[in-house]
Design a protein around this ligand. Structure first.
Ligand code: DX5
Ligand code: ZN
Length: 229
């Protein structure tokens, strides 16, 4: 039987906070440090005010790392591009609930293409929008800042949202991962995992640390202790 949530929590450092001229080095460092996933923030200047990277950069990263690439699509009409990200090498693809009126179809197409399908929720979007999709996605990304930029402050009420989503998962007896993204640090990592998070995205807490490899290990240690691993 598939457990409702994995025992070992995962850390997904966000390459948004890395030096874009040295992405290969950043990925090698993540892999050597034991990070489980590399988070890739895709922004289009429309769904969010910022613009970052697209499929060619994902394809280039795919060539130099064996880490799963987790593409967080902060774009309008994500269904137009989701499969192109899978073809470029994304192993996980999340689309925003607020950007897609046909989530069921988009999630199904991502899964059929062989990737994990996720739904991302902005801080103000209730988890209840997902109740009729449970079983149709592999993970939920809870935004704990307003999407668009790294280095913002964590919104504490997301802890309660993670707890309610964990309770929903239990009440429906359906496994999926809970990912939390934005303002994650050594200060809130343990309480997020205790609240139900299985995968934490961390940009500045990793790449702006004096030693990113040490920061990864410290975050993982705190997360595992919270799960008593
Ligand atoms: C924000 C992005 C995040 C960002 C997190 O829109 O979705 O993934 O990289 O950065 P930190 O951890 O610095 O808040
Ligand atoms: Zn993100």
């Amino acid at each position: 039987m598939v457990p409702l949530r994995p025992v070992v929590p995962q850390l997904a450092p966000s390459i948004l906070s890395a030096d874009f001229a040295k992405l290969g080095e950043a990925l090698a460092m993540l892999e050597a440090s034991g990070a489980e996933v590399a988070h890739v923030d895709v922004m289009d200047g429309r769904f969010v005010p910022n613009i970052t990277v697209g499929m060619p950069v994902v394809a280039a990263m795919r060539k130099v790392t064996s880490l799963p690439l987790d593409c967080h699509l902060m774009i309008v009409e994500p269904s137009r591009y989701a499969l192109e990200f899978v073809a470029a090498g994304a192993s996980w693809v999340s689309v925003h609930q607020e950007a897609d009126p046909h989530l069921h179809r988009t999630l199904d197409s991502i899964r059929k293409a062989g990737a994990k399908a996720g739904v991302a929720l902005n801080p103000g979007t209730p988890i209840e929008t997902l109740t009729d999709l449970i079983g149709d996605f592999d993970f939920v990304l809870l935004m704990s800042v307003n999407p668009g930029f790294g280095g913002q402050s964590f919104i504490p009420r997301i802890l309660g949202k993670a707890r309610r989503l964990d309770a929903l998962r239990r009440s429906r007896n359906t496994p999926f991962l809970i990912q939390v993204d934005g303002g994650v640090s050594i200060k809130n990592a343990a309480e997020l995992v205790t609240a139900g998070a299985d995968c934490l995205v961390a940009g500045n807490a990793v790449f702006k640390a004096p030693d990113p490899a040490v920061a990864i290990r410290e975050l993982q240690a705190v997360m595992r202790a919270a799960r008593q691993v």
